[in-house]
Ligand binder design. Sequence first.
Ligand SMILES: [Zn+2]
Length: 275
Amino acid sequence: MRRRTFLANSAALGGSTLLGTAGATATTATTQASGGTRTTETLLAGTKYATDVITIDAPNDGPTAVVVGGMHGDEPSGYRAASDVASWEFDAGKLVVLPEANRPAIEQETRHNDDGDLNRKFPTGQAAETKLARAIWRLVENADPDVVLDLHSSKGVYRTHESAVGQAVFPTVVDPAPTYAQVAIETANDTVVPWYMPYHRYERGNFLDGSSPLLVHKVAGDLDRPGYIVESTKFVLDPPTAARWTSLVAETLLAKHGIPRRDGRVEITAGGGNR
Ligand SMILES: [Zn+2]
């Protein structure tokens, strides 16, 4: 799929500052350690949507990832896992992490905020549809990511419960996302999903191609970049466990994309191949 140049151009124009005109932003903390630099800023500071953005610059150069959690306020494993990612150190690369994208919905423990379903506000080829969605998309464009992860929770078991997405990793059509999604689900199934929970094995979900107004669809449609939606279920699984599994999937995907977690659990030595 060819990148849509008008949006690539707008990204280039807006790329001179980290958060551009996404609203008043305040840098609250920058720390430097052997693990690189970690900066916390506030997206849409001073508004009801205000939420932290953590930028982690690892000591070695590498690709850039954007990791989003909390798009839906009733999906705790997604935003817990994103907070995990924001706390990690990495050996290479750069991460821009938005752990709680939809603060008003998280505070109300609801899927929607007053503007509706945030993850239906990102139509391909058009501007994002709400103030918060536009700020998030500007953040993505300005980060110029090599990969985008969007972490969610689901309710049922994939292909068992009607319309449930269960435990699955949905890649964009953009290579190498389909292959890496397969590696991530195999790693999770081999590492954390117990043998006695066969219905909880992760599956590779449908390809995301830009045809729906979801954030990661827009990543495929407008930026032509690899991206993933990660879903872990609430079905007989407590949120801390689901978050831990989601974190492992995120760690695997980031490592495959050249952003390895320091002292992480994932060793990318096998699996995947050219499937
Ligand atoms: Zn969701």
